[in-house]
Design a protein. Structure first.
Length: 194
């Protein structure tokens, strides 16, 4: 019988693993919420960020989809033409936000098991495609499309997770160095040469 030894990847940080699990659960909740609602119930949630214009549309929903759609109503414009539809229902967040959530889950999933060292400036550059696409759209008549919004959100989400992971790793290194210094025997002073 052939025995194959499998090694599980080492967890880089319990904090990052916890954030990965939270971001994964959040992504799953956002994606399944339209499936927890009867088909063609939520077809236009267009509104503005910071408002609750659509409360009347999901007041009779179950607890989970109601909570997710309520948060989407407050935190996203939910323009129907900038959102994907599942089960005939508009998703609770726009395509770019969906990309951000996906990118955060992918990025934190990666750095939970593989310690990637990336310079913070390089990570910040991952926000440029989203800023350029959204910025040009905000100041001109240019209208982006959902696949591009999803991709730029995905890139920004990965970049954001790598940036946050970088700082967690730095804090952990500093903490570990401080603990090593406290646990090491005190060094003797310079020898007296008299």
């Amino acid at each position: 019988m052939l025995a194959v030894s499998m090694r599980l990847p080492r967890i880089t940080s319990s904090v990052i693993l916890a954030v990965f699990l939270l971001s994964l659960v959040w992504l799953i909740l956002v994606v399944i919420s339209p499936m927890l609602v009867p088909s063609n119930t939520l077809v236009d949630l267009s509104g503005r960020v910071g408002g609750h214009e659509n409360e009347n549309q999901f007041k009779d929903l179950g607890v989970v989809p109601h909570a997710i759609y309520w948060l989407g109503d407050a935190e996203c414009h939910q323009l129907s033409h900038r959102s994907y539809f599942i089960n005939g229902n508009q998703m609770p967040f726009c395509a770019r936000d969906l990309g951000l959530f996906l990118g955060l889950a992918v990025g934190f999933g990666l750095v939970s098991f593989y310690r990637l060292k990336i310079h913070p400036v390089l990570a910040l550059m991952g926000f440029l495609p989203m800023a350029i696409d959204g910025g040009i759209q905000a100041i001109t008549s240019y209208e982006s499309n959902n696949p591009l919004r999803l991709i730029t959100g995905l890139i920004a989400g990965i970049a954001g997770s790598l940036l946050l992971a970088h700082f967690v790793f730095v804090i952990q290194e500093d903490r570990n160095e401080g603990m090593e210094e406290r646990n090491s025997p005190p060094s003797e002073g310079p020898a007296d040469e008299s």
